[in-house]
Design a protein around this ligand. Structure first.
Ligand SMILES: C[S@@+](CC[C@H](N)C(=O)[O-])C[C@H]1O[C@@H](n2cnc3c(N)ncnc32)[C@H](O)[C@@H]1O
Length: 182
């Protein structure tokens, strides 16, 4: 086997291992609640334009996936943007993309369970999670977020935050729900 074949074999093997680890984590997270499914970009761009996060505020995406939204808000709105995800591969990928897109100064990615995370310092919290997780997270958002925090939930409403709903932003047949903690 020459050196080129060896390198090709190592690269192919690494990709296969990464895909298996990704599939394992996605399956585990799917069984526990929410798999990785990225938000529709146009839908989120419209909602974020409407919300218009203030420069230098703190934006958090709880369950950030590959961190696209985190990078987008950091670049477009000049906020300090934090992404949390339980899947270490997605967090690793998000960090690499952040470096490559020159957004690392304003972005931070943390591999953690959102139920063990502190989001009390956030000014904006973005969520695209299944209703079962939102049901569990709703009371914590209501109690732990500081007054004035804006919560943006893609597609699924948060029952506990219903009294604080300020806006519903429609996109095709879906909605983005915006809440403000009093
Ligand atoms: C539907 S995807 C949304 C990704 C991104 N926020 C977006 O809108 O494009 C949900 C993400 O939440 C993550 N997730 C699910 N349960 C989680 C938990 N308990 N803690 C942290 N992340 C979680 C999954 O790994 C997945 O990447």
């Amino acid at each position: 086997m020459n050196i080129l074949n060896l390198i090709t074999a190592i690269v192919v093997l690494s990709v296969i291992i990464i895909l298996i680890v990704f599939a394992f984590f996605n399956l585990a997270v799917s069984l526990a609640g929410t798999p990785y499914v990225p938000s529709k970009r146009k839908m989120i761009f419209r909602a974020l334009k409407d919300v218009n996060p203030e420069p230098n505020s703190v934006f958090m995406d709880l369950g950030c996936g590959d961190g696209y939204i985190v990078r987008h808000v950091a670049k477009r709105f000049k906020v300090n943007s934090i992404g949390i995800d339980i899947n270490p591969l997605l967090i690793g990928f998000a960090k690499v993309l952040s470096f490559l897109t020159g957004t690392s100064r304003r972005t931070r990615f943390i591999c953690n369970d959102i139920f063990r995370s502190n989001f009390s310092h956030a000014d904006y919290v973005f969520l695209y999670l299944m209703p079962s997780l939102l049901e569990k997270l709703g009371p914590r958002l209501a109690h732990e977020c500081k007054p004035g925090t804006i919560i943006i939930s893609n597609t699924f409403p948060i029952r506990r935050l219903r009294p604080y709903l300020t806006k519903t932003i429609p996109y095709k047949k879906l909605d983005v729900f915006v809440y403000r903690i009093p």
